[in-house]
Design a protein around this ligand. Structure first.
Ligand SMILES: Cc1cc2nc3c(=O)[nH]c(=O)nc-3n(C[C@H](O)[C@H](O)[C@H](O)COP(=O)(O)OP(=O)(O)OC[C@H]3O[C@@H](n4cnc5c(N)ncnc54)[C@H](O)[C@@H]3O)c2cc1C
Length: 427
């Protein structure tokens, strides 16, 4: 990999997501060599992926080059690499561009879509976990409307304009809201010769409420907002299969649809070598202690979505969200230095800053620790928080300008079929 061996200890980080970047920044001015490996050369701001899928934002504005984030720091190396295996005995990672020895290894590989073992759903449904997947979904949505214009078969037309979102978590809710706004504000203008009232958006949720992790007030309000936007919410219904045309459920309900978006869950993106039962627990996550050390190792760590760390308030592990990932990355930076200097390590304590979701224009729900609110103010708070956490001044400006423009013009100008839809999810 052409990375020199120096007198500094080498910290290898797998993954330049929220956790990996927070850690690399923390170590950037210290006497350690940091090597960050990622299969993409950019950091993805996943909370805004749904806006890329629905033409609200261009993909470039939610991605940021990893090299640029850490460009000013000495002893930092980035390599575009897919890590295939961890050899914990020889302290080595094996990648598609070669092998690399480490003194300390941090697994920050995040998560992947969880299809719960259903290969057919995996083959035919759309995922929204990466920028290429979001662009693929954007193309599919737009191509479906183009095809709907051409067909004279009413059933086929309905299926092309039927969107089924599986999962009523923040991703499903935000996507449903955005699609409903497209139906209302964009489709009648773009397709005046198509009866766009036929377009239907369905959210299918296996539990008895949407936004399960949030307060009951937030959940109810989000449901009200979605219903006002014309979204059909199906609770206590589980999608059991999808063959590319028909989605079946555990009830009598079926959906004829050309687009099924799978937002029903994620699981840890484990890497060979550390994927045995000794290390892995529910959700395919790597078991770590309070210092983020992988069970059984002093010098191998896991942070972010991939890490399963229990806490008093979270007996089933910390949530797979950006905040735990960032906080764990920052704290591990301090602890790695403590470890190198043979000082005691500090336990990780998660500061829960709350949760939020937006449903559409002027509609959001926010749960802070001591304050819960919904509606227009919540929507402004949601926008401010997302702008704040986006990386890069240019990205913040572009997103801000886009949002103002879209708000004033009731528009989403990135509705472009740049690269035709590919029936392939492992993008
Ligand atoms: C659509 C969507 C919406 C979301 N909305 C919110 C939200 O509103 N609020 C919130 O808090 N959280 C949200 N999340 C969750 C949040 O994005 C994750 O919890 C967070 O990204 C986890 O950070 P991470 O660093 O652990 O992993 P990631 O940010 O996923 O980063 C993992 C990195 O590892 C790289 N990688 C993986 N495997 C390998 C390998 N083998 N070799 C090399 N590189 C590898 C990947 O390319 C990626 O860059 C959302 C997630 C999605 C998908």
């Amino acid at each position: 990999m052409n990375i020199p061996r120096t007198s500094y200890p080498r910290v290898v980080i797998i993954g330049g997501g929220f956790a990996g970047v927070a850690l690399a920044k923390k170590l950037s001015k210290q006497e350690v060599q940091v090597v960050l490996l990622d299969k993409h050369n950019y950091h993805t701001f996943q909370p805004l992926l749904y806006q890329v899928s629905t033409g609200g934002l261009e993909p470039d504005s939610i991605a940021y080059p990893i090299r640029k984030i850490l460009k000013d720091f000495p002893n930092f190396y980035f390599r575009l690499a897919n890590v295939n295996e961890i050899d914990s005995k020889k302290n080595k990672v094996k990648t598609n561009i070669g092998n690399l020895k480490f003194d300390y290894l941090v697994i920050a590989s995040g998560s992947v879509t969880n299809y719960f073992g259903n290969a057919e759903i995996e083959k035919h449904s759309m995922a929204m976990k990466t920028i290429p997947q979001s662009l693929n979904l954007r193309s599919l949505i737009l191509e479906n409307f183009e095809d709907a214009l051409l067909t004279s078969d009413l059933n086929e037309r309905n299926a092309l304009m039927n969107f089924v979102i599986v999962g009523g978590g923040p991703t499903g809710v935000e996507l449903a809201g955005a699609l409903a706004e497209i139906k209302k504000g964009i489709l009648p203008k773009d397709y005046p010769d198509l009866d766009t009232r036929l377009a239907q958006i369905h959210v299918v949720q296996s539990g008895d409420c949407i936004l399960k992790g949030m307060s009951s007030k937030a959940s109810q309000k989000a449901e009200d907002f979605l219903e006002k936007l014309g979204v059909n919410i199906w609770k206590n219904v589980r999608v059991t299969n999808y063959d590319g045309k028909t989605a079946t459920t555990n009830t009598d309900l079926t959906f004829e649809t050309a687009t099924l978006i799978w937002a029903a869950g994620v699981k840890g993106a484990t890497i060979n070598g550390l994927n045995s039962e000794d290390f892995i627990t529910k959700g395919n996550r790597v078991i770590v202690n309070k210092f983020s050390q992988v069970k059984g190792f002093e010098h191998i760590f896991a942070i972010g979505d991939i890490a399963y760390m229990e806490a008093e308030d979270f007996p089933n592990g910390l949530p797979m969200m950006a905040q735990p990932a960032i906080q764990q990355g920052e704290q591990l930076g301090d602890n790695l230095l403590n470890l190198i200097e043979e000082k005691p390590l500090k336990s990780f304590v998660y500061k829960d800053k709350g949760a939020m979701a937006t449903i559409g224009r002027n509609k959001a729900v926010v749960d802070l620790k001591n304050w819960r609110f919904q509606g227009v103010f919540a929507w402004f708070v949601w926008m401010f928080v997302h702008l704040f956490f986006l990386i890069g001044f240019r990205n913040r400006m572009v997103v801000f300008v886009n949002w103002v423009y879209n708000y004033i013009r009731f528009d989403r100008e990135a509705r472009l079929i740049i690269r035709p839809f590919k029936n392939k999810n492992n993008l």
